[in-house]
Design a binder for this molecule. Structure first.
Ligand code: F6P
Length: 524
């Protein structure tokens, strides 16, 4: 696979010049007056998602240079290497094949490196495991004795399933409450246990590794609670979702659904980790969810870079981060159902691309992942949008709007129209601004935003929206030349916590810095 780090390409230098000549002072309002077809030229239809990129600080010149950058970095070869099943996660010597989890058996595309990575076997295993997992989900749905499902997991074993279960509430079966416990803070588990009876509860212990401290601590406590309450049928009331089936068995769980090391934690909601989603929306709904994502995979894999939405978004991210110097992106889903969307994207992008060395471990002389943050609209408008409109830093905003509400318009007249009016108005206000001689009332405008539009929030459209984000993160990571699929940065804190925990009991502060020692003594 031939790839070149972005700062070593001719296009990088040309983009620098382009930014100095026209990018730095680019004015969106003038761009729209100059080009009445700007909206058509800079919007893009992709499976289930329409994207308006026209309110971004880009023009034909910067677009074509960014595309040249992508080509010079070998983006297509890097993308093809992932889809071929090559071991592109080099620090862990693993393939990256979450796309295979949504590749239907009937798919026309067969990954190239079948012989090398046994992808054909993997596809068969995926299908068999999916069928078993979906059969189980249907059994649970039909089991009137189970009213509460508690997913115990953290990071990718929590954020994706939780976000999707909330997002697809409209499609969820009525008879089941699904709870998510992630934090090692016992107050969270205690708060959920208070609501439960052991005989009507199913615990799903979701952990790729089955070693994560938070999840193991919560799982042990849940099991102890279950047994103390007189529960005994662990096989019926506990299931494990993991690549480490042996550890789950040692824990005493015999109902297990496996997955594979080539599924990264933050890419795992398509695997057995998606069981809470399947319980909520059923087997057919889960297959629709996979199909929506697969449609986006095919778009990413086959569309020309010019018309490839994940590519266009990923390149925009590079343009903003490395040339404009924007250090964050605000995520604004105008949908209460998407309230965990910002948190989900934080892990997806910041754990993937928050890296400071290239694939060879060499320090990078440019910035990588921006900070992602946000809340659903319209709530954010009444909190931090002040800063977005009038603060000193420019923060690109990524809106998500949904054309049709889940509720019937006659049930709650007016709500959805007001919601849509607000999302349009915010994008408009950010761009146009409003000059005023009184500085307090002056809106500078020219603040960029992207507008993603779904017809409806369905399993298929959510699947496509998530896959779009996965691939967009791949694109910026590939341009930056980093490994988007490891997460060594989370390890150090885990190790130090293991050292500190016994010291909280013993009071031993030897070898600690003054601040940690002082705080530890106060906390004892
Ligand atoms: O700490 C980071 C991390 O490894 C994430 O990448 C992962 O999603 C999360 O922890 C949970 O890991 P596991 O599913 O193995 O419990």
């Amino acid at each position: 696979m031939k790839s070149v780090r972005c700062d070593r390409t001719p296009a990088w230098g040309e983009l620098k010049t382009c930014f100095e000549v026209s990018g730095r002072h680019f004015d969106l309002r003038e761009a729209f007056s100059r080009d009445p077809r700007r909206f058509e030229a800079l919007s893009q239809e992709a499976p289930h998602v329409f994207a308006d990129l026209s309110k971004n600080l880009i023009d034909a010149n910067s677009q074509s240079l960014l595309l040249a950058l992508a080509r010079q970095c070998g983006l297509e070869a890097q993308r093809d290497a992932m889809f071929a099943g090559e071991r592109i996660n080099r620090t862990e010597n693993r393939a990256v094949m979450h796309f295979l989890l949504r590749n239907p058996p009937s798919a026309q595309y067969v990954p190239a490196q079948v012989a090398i990575n046994k992808i054909a076997d993997a596809q068969a295993e995926v299908e068999a495991t999916l069928n078993a997992m979906l059969d189980y989900a249907e059994q649970v749905r039909a089991d009137a004795g189970i009213t509460d499902i508690v997913n115990i997991g953290i990071g990718g074993s929590d954020l994706g399933p939780q976000m999707a279960v909330l997002a697809l509430g409209e499609f969820a079966t009525a008879g089941k409450r699904i709870h998510f416990v992630s934090n090692i803070d016992g107050d969270e588990l205690a708060g959920v246990l208070r609501l439960l009876k052991p005989e009507s509860t199913l615990f799903l212990v979701a952990s790729k590794t089955f070693t994560t401290t938070e999840t193991m601590t919560n799982a042990h406590s849940a099991k102890a609670w279950f047994e103390a309450q007189g529960g005994h049928d662990i096989a019926r009331h506990f299931a494990a979702l993991t690549t480490n089936v042996a550890a789950a068995n040692d824990f005493g769980i015999t109902t297990t659904f496996g997955f594979w090391d080539w599924v990264g934690g933050r890419y795992s909601l398509w695997s057995a980790i998606g069981l809470p989603i399947a319980i909520a929306i059923g087997a057919a709904g889960f297959r629709d969810f996979l199909a929506g994502a697969h449609a986006m995979d095919e778009h990413f894999r086959t569309a020309e870079l010019e018309y490839n939405l994940p590519v266009r978004l990923g390149l925009l991210d590079v343009w903003y981060r490395n040339f404009h110097g924007f250090s964050s992106r605000s995520i604004a889903p105008y949908s209460s159902a998407l309230r965990r969307w910002p948190a989900y994207l934080q892990q997806l992008e910041m754990e993937s691309n928050g890296k400071r060395v290239d694939q060879d471990g060499q320090p990078l002389p440019f910035d990588t992942s921006p900070v992602l943050w946000g809340e659903p609209g319209t709530n954010g408008q009444h909190a931090y949008f002040q800063m977005l409109h009038q603060g000193t830093s420019v923060v690109p905003v990524e809106f998500v709007a949904i054309k049709q509400a889940a509720h019937a318009p006659d049930d709650l007249p007016g709500h959805h129209g007001k919601l849509l009016a607000n999302v349009l108005a915010q994008a408009q206000a950010l761009m146009h601004g409003k000059p005023d001689a009184d500085g307090h009332r002056d809106f500078p405008g020219n603040r960029p935003s992207t507008f993603l539009l779904l017809e409806r929030l369905t399993p298929a459209s959510l699947g496509a929206l998530i896959a779009l984000q996965e691939h967009r993160v791949f694109v910026s990571g590939a341009i930056w030349g980093i490994n988007s699929f490891d997460q060594w940065g989370v390890e150090l804190g885990k190790v130090l916590a293991k050292d500190i925990e016994p010291r909280l009991q013993s009071g031993d502060i030897s070898g600690l810095d003054g601040s940690t020692a002082g705080l530890l003594q106060r906390l004892r």
